[in-house]
Design a protein around this ligand. Structure first.
Ligand SMILES: Nc1ncnc2c1ncn2[C@@H]1O[C@H](COP(=O)(O)OP(=O)(O)OP(=O)(O)O)[C@@H](O)[C@H]1O
Ligand SMILES: [Mg+2]
Length: 382
């Protein structure tokens, strides 16, 4: 099973690229599920089908699942709600309703990712395409389980685990005393679930496609996104430049855009090489419906096989005395390394990853660390 994630700045065409890729997969006879971690019904709108909480067939072999946060929360996380309720109660707040739980930041995406894992486990799909939330949220979310694992297993007493684990959900109630036993187990289940999601999304069959439009502000953000995705162990296998103005026969206004975009595209090629840069023209109409999306898919991939297994090294490699982490486009002055017991804490700009060292390296002292050609290389004393 192949998992393809689409992310990028708001409005650049993530949903369109995800839906186009999924449409292409289904047309090639692959059993395809396309899911959104976003509660807006854009994916259903793009495919021109009514939204549904269960996978519905939008075209032959193409299933769409728009996670119904409310329903899946009720189905899976009753205990969690109990916990949130009692926590709120302790704070002297009114009973929290399940509707309110889902309003807390991050809850929706978390639930969508847990549902995604359930779908992956059914073995029913050849391809799962995920339309992710815009850049920052997706990143924070994807980094969450690992960071939590660190807090959970090493820093915090058991009762506070859950509060940390559910940071986005219960940040408001962080002062509350330890939750009840039954709730803790629900929290631990959630935590394990999140770790499994991360494993799935950083695994050998998963990759991220970074969507951008050739505009300076968007490209700058995409560069940071590539660094942080790699920092967190996600494999990026292509950059998609969307809404590229066609050159030729242009009036003054479009000619200026073509010129500006050409400069940006050159920068994109220089920045993101050796990743393939796939382009989609600015179409004369919104690509809505499977036929229009299939055309976008064809323009997007051309001869490129969108469903081939990702090639190249994973972002992090660990050998007997060395750890290497690919940090593409990271600036030396932005990268920082700290050692804390069994962990290595790597900071790149405003993102931080806590890496639990394998037993063989955990007992050894760091001998050297250097950032060279986008690779952070940390060596350990023998
Ligand atoms: N190449 C294109 N040509 C013309 N219109 C496009 C193109 N790509 C996307 N659009 C249109 O632009 C709008 C935004 O695209 P889309 O919804 O895919 O962006 P998004 O990145 O998912 O946005 P959000 O961050 O809000 O989720 C949609 O109306 C879509 O149909
Ligand atoms: Mg979208």
């Amino acid at each position: 099973m192949r998992i393809l994630l689409f992310t990028g700045k708001g409005g650049v065409g993530k949903t369109t690229a995800a839906a186009a890729t999924a449409t292409l997969a289904a047309r090639r006879g692959l059993k395809t599920l396309v899911v959104s971690t976003d509660t807006a019904h854009s994916l259903a709108d793009a495919l021109a089908v009514p939204p549904s909480g269960e996978p519905v067939e939008a075209a032959p072999g193409l299933y769409l699942q728009q996670v119904d946060t409310q329903r899946s929360l009720e189905r899976h996380w009753g205990e969690l709600q109990d916990y949130a309720r009692s926590a709120f109660h302790e704070l002297g707040l009114d009973e929290i309703t399940s509707e309110e739980v889902t309003v807390l930041p991050g809850a929706e995406e978390i639930i969508a990712l847990l549902e995604l894992r359930e779908q992956a486990r059914t073995g029913r799909w050849d391809v799962i395409v995920v339309d992710c939330a815009p850049t920052a949220e997706t990143l924070r979310l994807l980094a969450l389980p690992e960071a939590l694992d660190w807090h959970v297993s090493r820093l915090l007493p058991i009762g506070r685990r859950l509060l940390k684990a559910l940071g986005p959900l219960v940040r408001h109630v962080a002062k509350v005393s330890a939750p009840e036993e039954s709730v803790l187990s629900a929290g631990e289940r959630l935590h394990r679930g999140l770790l499994a999601v991360r494993e799935l999304l950083t695994g050998d069959n998963a990759s991220v496609r970074l969507v951008l439009t050739p505009e300076a502000v968007v490209v700058a953000e995409a560069r940071r996104t590539l660094t942080s995705l790699s920092l967190y162990g996600y494999r990026v296998d292509a950059v998609i430049a969307n809404r590229v103005f066609p050159a030729g026969g242009a009036d003054e206004w479009r000619a200026r855009w073509v010129e500006a975009q050409t400069r940006q595209l050159a920068d994109v090629h220089a920045s993101f090489a050796p990743l393939p840069i796939l382009t989609v023209p600015y179409l004369p109409a919104e690509p809505v419906g499977v036929d229009a999306l299939a055309e976008v898919g064809d323009a997007l991939y051309g001869e490129h096989d969108p469903f081939a297994a990702p090639t190249g090294e994973p972002p992090m490699r660990i050998s007997a005395d060395e750890l290497t982490l690919w940090l593409p486009l990271a600036d030396k002055s932005d990268v920082d390394l700290a050692r804390k017991g069994d962990e290595l804490i790597v900071t790149a700009g405003s993102y931080r990853r806590v890496i639990a060292l394998p037993a063989a390296l955990a007992r050894r002292t760091v001998a050297s660390a250097a950032l060279q050609d986008g690779h952070l290389r940390v060596t350990f004393e023998i």
